[in-house]
Design a protein around this ligand. Structure first.
Ligand code: AMP
Length: 183
């Protein structure tokens, strides 16, 4: 089972991805985590990505793609994967289709976590990660609306996109997703 989880920053993607991955032995691939790890380790990718993350902007596609391809190529004993935070724009969605067709893999389900902008802002302010300042949050939400929402349209033309109310309690959201995608 290969799953793509879409949603605004603060929609609960990361939390849900961890829970779903555990439930179904999927590899949790979070582009944000991979990027933060690269920054911490001061790799070439990390060094180049740092300023974008701090500004709440998208890291250039090629840098992120290299990390995603590496993660997809190292599945170990997992029964599939769950992508969290990737793709973030239409070009990344196209690039992912290319990688998957080369790997003879498919996306089995796309889930979109819907949460109002004021709720996600409050959640992000409460979370207090380094890139969770008010200014950066505004920038990340703008990026989401302008660049990531088109990914939803891209997927709606190709797959069954499941829309889930992400403002519900964590356990309820997980249960709903499990029911919808038949995990
Ligand atoms: P996240 O942990 O998903 O909220 O991501 C944190 C930051 O990492 C984002 O604000 C971007 O700067 C960067 N990032 C994460 N995923 C991507 C992606 N798919 N494409 C470009 N930048 C990304």
């Amino acid at each position: 089972m290969n799953l793509v989880l879409l949603g605004a920053p603060g929609s609960g993607k990361g939390t849900q991805a961890v829970r779903l991955a555990q439930q179904a032995n999927l590899k949790h691939i979070s582009s944000g985590d991979l990027l933060r790890e690269a920054v911490e380790k001061k790799t070439d990718v990390g060094r180049q990505a740092e300023e974008y993350i701090e500004a709440g902007k998208l890291v250039p596609d090629q840098l992120v793609l290299s990390l995603i391809m590496e993660a997809l190529g190292a599945l170990d004993d997992h029964a599939g994967w769950i992508l969290d935070g990737y793709p973030r724009n239409a070009d990344q969605a196209e690039a992912l289709e290319d990688v998957l067709s080369t790997n003879r893999e498919v996306i089995d389900a796309v889930v979109f976590l819907e949460v109002d902008a004021d709720v996600v802002t409050q959640r992000l302010l409460g979370r207090g990660r380094q890139d969770d300042t008010e200014e950066t949050i505004r920038s990340r939400l703008d990026v989401f609306n302008e660049e990531t929402l088109p990914v939803l349209e891209f997927y709606e033309l190709r797959y069954d996109v499941h829309r889930v109310d992400g403002s519900k309690p964590i356990e309820d959201v997980t249960e709903t997703i499990i029911g919808l995608v038949d995990l």
